[in-house]
Design a protein around this ligand. Structure first.
Ligand code: ZN
Length: 162
């Protein structure tokens, strides 16, 4: 009998393909004309430079987001996966994903420590977890997330519905 369960090698291959797919065809790439929040993320060590745009409604929900710029495969894939993750979330939940994701990559939260305790299932973001073995790449993978936080905290213009 063969098992349908994925072994670690299969999983790594799937994750690698997911990252390459997002790096080659980033989702939500471009400008967001009616963005309410924006921030730039720069990682000089690698040369990653991304600008992130968010439209945050008066109820603190991230209703749309886009990013542009250039960077390595990891930074672009991470920004693309971030977009898929946070669009539709309120900013509090986006911050929870930030903590869970960055915590996981920087080792502040180990894999044994189930992230569901914070109500967060990293889902596709887990594809980037492999970079934690490479500290210089952790900066690439978390760049977009740090830009998200500075965008949320430093308004370019106030979010209003009227
Ligand atoms: Zn990079």
């Amino acid at each position: 009998m063969t098992s349908l369960a994925l072994n670690n090698e299969d999983l790594r291959e799937l994750y690698r393909e997911l990252i390459l797919d997002h790096a080659r065809s980033p989702r939500h790439f471009g400008k967001l004309p009616d963005a309410t929040h924006s921030a730039e993320g720069i990682n000089p060590l690698c040369g990653d430079k991304l600008r992130m745009y968010f439209r945050i409604d008066s109820d603190n929900r991230i209703s749309d987001a886009c990013f542009e710029g250039s960077g390595c495969a990891i930074s672009v894939a991470s920004a693309s996966l971030l977009m898929d993750t946070v669009i539709g979330l309120n900013t509090d939940d986006a911050l929870k994903y930030f903590s869970a994701f960055v915590g996981r990559l920087t080792g502040r939260q180990d894999s044994e420590n189930d992230d569901t305790d914070a109500g967060i299932n990293l889902g596709k973001l887990s594809a980037l977890e492999g970079v934690k073995e490479f500290p210089s790449r952790v900066k690439c993978a978390t760049l977009a997330w740090h830009a998200l936080i500075s965008a949320i905290r430093h308004d370019v213009q106030p979010a209003t519905t009227e």
